[in-house]
Design a protein around this ligand. Structure first.
Ligand SMILES: Nc1ncnc2c1ncn2[C@@H]1O[C@H](COP(=O)(O)OP(=O)(O)OP(=O)(O)O)[C@@H](O)[C@H]1O
Length: 506
């Protein structure tokens, strides 16, 4: 029964975007139709918040109601409005239905109904069926009946969003409620909301996803979120950092090996692909994968089979691959460092994660989140930013993105505490406290001329000291992540490793 399925989803602990996504999918299955859209009224336009059977472009659209007579007719009434195949009114989804490949919609059935939440018009639900006659009188009645459930799901989502907003707006944190959770995606800016909506849609498909974006934007966090939102969430999520895989071990790490496959292979071992069977394999920094392994990865993506090193018989694996990179893979392909065919396989669904500087007020929302985490860790009653510190955070460019912000706040909080800045249990972060990390020098700026206090330092010593400083600083900023540090210094990760070893940096 449709009611049972929807009710189960309403009471299950699901991210709200996933709940709405499952709802439209359930409706599409129940009504045996080609596409279902749940649209929220935003000013003069209807904006899809969950779709099934429509292309991803539909999600980013604003359908201005006055330009779409079908939508206007649906919004004008409180009961099901049906458009039979002979209706002359244009369908707003022309070219957006998934199997249309941009073709105009053929003769089809359509029906829709307006949705009301807390007494006011909220939006609309639309259904399109490519087989005329699908939406008979009974289907129209059913839609009317189920609308109550759809409205309940929308109301629940709204309540959750209000609660979340309330929680985040309490920058003046009250006594320890410990509600700020690590690993949670924080952000209310339109770009992040749209991103989350998009991920909710793609999560349930098995399409490979390629997350791109600068260092520290949260690619790993979003990859985890994608897995959590997918039907695979009870199965493993296995992460592989491709930059940390030495070429000699990469094959056995990914695909496993049999006993004696190479010297040192004392026992047979399953690789990461097998470990991720039924779940998700997250290939972080995929742009760093050695070319020889790229060919093998491509084969696995093509036929779903892996071959353990030293074994002849292939094994079948059922794995969804999510990859991430902060390189421009187009450039890597052009430079011959990345296979074009693998690039096309991995980027079936590319998801660019926006840099922090494009997320508007999210900088302060995130700062509030990290402050709250530090407050709990440091056992403080209250911790807040001074207005000057807020201004400084907002006017900074954040080349290291959210990771850099996280560090800035942690350092500033600890510094404030260590300097005894506590007054009646309230710590105010003064702007000066942010100066050090905010002025994070890029590599060339670190290369300072020896100071007067070291007049006899040789050129060699001076260079070594500067290199050491720059590497430590970059590693510190990148939280010990070598590839991220290499990117901050604009050097190759393996060169950085070599140089660090020579300089005695562990
Ligand atoms: N929207 C967000 N909400 C809360 N925390 C975030 C958010 N985005 C990123 N973070 C935090 O910032 C840090 C860096 O994120 P993450 O490691 O996912 O970035 P990344 O893009 O994978 O970086 P890199 O390319 O350098 O590996 C992590 O501690 C993560 O939890």
């Amino acid at each position: 029964m449709l009611e049972d399925v929807v009710l189960a989803d309403l009471t299950a602990e699901l991210p709200s975007a996933v709940r709405l996504q499952r709802l439209v999918r359930t409706l599409r299955e129940y009504f045996h139709c080609g596409a279902v859209g749940l649209l929220r009224l935003d000013g003069d336009a209807l904006c899809p918040v969950a779709v099934d059977g429509l292309t991803r472009e539909a999600l980013g659209r604003r359908f201005v109601v006055a330009q779409h007579p079908r939508l206007a007719a649906i919004l004008a009434r409180r009961e099901t409005v049906a458009f039979p195949p002979d209706s002359t009114l244009p369908d707003p989804y022309d070219g957006l239905v998934d199997n249309q490949v941009g073709e105009p919609l053929p003769v089809h059935d359509c029906m829709g109904i307006s949705l009301h939440v807390e007494g006011s018009l909220w939006g609309a639900l639309t259904l399109d069926a490519l087989t005329p006659g699908t939406f008979d009188a009974r289907a129209q009645d059913d839609l009317q009946r189920f609308t109550l459930l759809v409205e309940a799901a929308v109301r629940l989502t709204r309540l959750e969003q209000d609660l979340r907003r309330l929680r985040l707006s309490r920058s003046d944190a009250v006594e320890g409620d410990g509600e700020s959770r690590e690993g949670e995606i924080i952000g209310q800016s339109p770009v992040i909301r749209q991103l989350l909506d998009e991920l909710a849609v793609v999560a349930d498909s098995d399409l490979p996803v390629l997350l791109t974006g600068e260092t520290g934007v949260g690619k790993e966090l979003f990859a985890r979120h994608l897995h959590q939102c997918s039907r695979r969430r009870r199965r493993p999520l296995i992460q592989v950092n491709c930059a940390a895989l030495p070429e000699s071990l990469a094959e056995s790490e990914l695909f496993g090996h049999v006993k004696g496959a190479f010297s040192g292979a004392g026992n047979a071992r399953a690789g990461r692909f097998e470990a991720a069977d039924g779940g998700t394999l997250f290939l972080d920094e995929v742009g760093e994968l050695p070319l020889a392994i790229q060919a093998k990865l491509l084969r696995t993506l093509q036929n779903g089979e892996i071959q353990r090193l030293g074994e002849d018989t292939p094994r079948h694996v059922e794995v969804r691959v999510v990859a991430a990179t902060n390189r421009n893979l187009h450039d890597s392909v052009r430079a011959g460092h990345f296979r074009a065919d693998l690039y096309h396989r991995l980027s079936v669904y590319p998801v660019p994660i926006p840099p922090l500087r494009e997320r508007g007020s999210d900088t302060l929302v995130l700062a509030g989140h990290f402050l709250e985490l530090n407050r709990t860790r440091l056992g403080l009653r209250s911790l807040r930013l001074s207005p000057e510190a807020e201004d400084a955070l907002c006017s900074y460019d954040w080349p290291g993105n959210v990771r850099e912000l996280e560090h800035v706040i942690s350092r500033a909080a600890i510094k404030a505490l260590s300097q005894g800045a506590c007054r009646e249990d309230i710590v105010t972060l003064e702007p000066g406290l942010l100066d050090l990390p905010l002025a994070m020098p890029s590599a060339p700026e670190v290369a300072v001329v020896p100071s007067r206090s070291q007049p006899r330092e040789s050129l060699h010593d001076s260079v070594t000291r500067t290199q050491r400083q720059a590497i430590r600083h970059a590693l510190d900023s990148a939280e010990g992540n070598w590839s991220a540090a290499a990117r901050l210094l604009d050097v190759d990760a393996s060169n950085l490793h070599k140089l660090a070893r020579r300089l005695g940096i562990k």
